[in-house]
Design a protein around this ligand. Structure first.
Ligand SMILES: [Zn+2]
Length: 317
């Protein structure tokens, strides 16, 4: 039975690795775009006026103090190059060699490995019938890794498209209205930072999601192919900012279908640090190790008590 309280998914290291890769890529986007625009946008000063530009519901009030000297065709070429820079850094390699796919697939493998270890210690029948090699080279496994690559690629393509369209609007607006190049660069930099934050959240959701998916898949396979009664034990990270609805499931056992449904609802899958652990159940559908489960249920109660106390203190001060 799992013990780690603060990080049941034990994924921090992998999440930080992917984050630093993302940071490297976004730095390069910013640097390349800034350098390129400095070289390719000619302008001369004019009488300054105030103007405003809306990007994705954000209003930027800026100074229109220049006339840009590029024509429509030249602008089109500049915009194309900006789009290329974004793509080169976020979705290069295509689906097959996708950089982010590798991180997500690694998490899927880690999840499969963990579910395997977990079920092996709980059931001699399982450990006799299953080897880790047979799992990792099975058709089902290879197909799922392929699905993970495709899903991840699509997510990142969406993110890249969104950034491209925002940079497009900023630049077209800036050139049309003669917005000061320094302020234009500033808005571009802010939009890149916002996309960077989205990318970090996306990566976390994908990585932890793949880890969970692997557990669900192996739990289901154990039930269907080996006929062993299994369930998923929910474990919250019990962080101070965990959602109460997530903590309420801590120590409770669900079917794979119930867990999948729950993750489709109310944005539960976003920013979720919860984990599920495959557990073997008896004929009545109860876990063999009830005392471990009781301990988890007690932890959930304690979290609730602490959270109540903390919110009371906040009101007082
Ligand atoms: Zn959660």
């Amino acid at each position: 039975m799992p013990r780690s309280k603060n990080n049941p998914t034990l994924t921090n290291k992998q999440i930080l690795q992917m984050r630093s890769e993302i940071q490297k890529r976004y730095r390069k986007i910013k640097l390349s775009i800034t350098e390129y625009l400095n070289l390719s946008l000619g302008y001369y000063a004019k009488e300054p006026t105030k103007t405003a530009i809306f990007i994705d519901n954000n209003l930027y009030v800026v100074n229109a103090s220049v006339n840009y000297t590029i024509d429509g065709n030249q602008l089109a070429r500049v915009l194309t190059r900006i789009q290329e820079i974004v793509d080169e850094n976020l979705i290069n390699g295509g689906i097959e060699k996708f950089w982010a796919g590798k991180f997500v697939a690694d998490m899927y493998q880690m999840g499969t490995n963990r579910a395997f270890q977990n079920l092996s210690t709980q059931s001699p029948l399982y450990s006799q019938a299953t080897s880790l090699e047979s799992l990792l080279f099975s058709d089902a496994y290879i197909r799922r890794i392929g699905l993970a690559y495709t899903a991840t690629f699509n997510d990142w393509k969406g993110l890249a498209d969104n950034l491209k369209s925002e940079l497009n609007s900023v630049l077209s607006g800036a050139v049309a209205r003669g917005i000061n190049p320094r302020e234009t660069a500033d808005i571009i930099s802010k939009r890149i930072d916002i996309s960077h934050s989205r990318a970090k959240a996306l990566a976390q959701t994908e990585q932890v999601g793949a880890l969970r998916q692997a557990t669900w898949d192996e739990t289901r396979r154990t039930q269907e192919e080996l006929g062993l009664k299994t369930g998923l034990l929910h474990m919250s990270a019990l962080k101070p900012n965990s959602r109460a609805t997530h903590v309420a499931r801590h120590g409770k056992i669900y079917t794979v279908e119930q867990v999948e449904e729950w993750y489709e609802e109310n944005g539960n899958r976003f920013n979720c640090y919860c984990a599920q652990v495959a557990v073997l159940l008896n004929e009545k559908g109860e876990p063999y190790n009830q005392s471990s489960v009781d301990r988890l249920l007690k932890e959930a109660d304690e979290w609730e008590e602490q959270t109540k106390r903390a919110s009371k203190n906040e009101v007082k001060t």
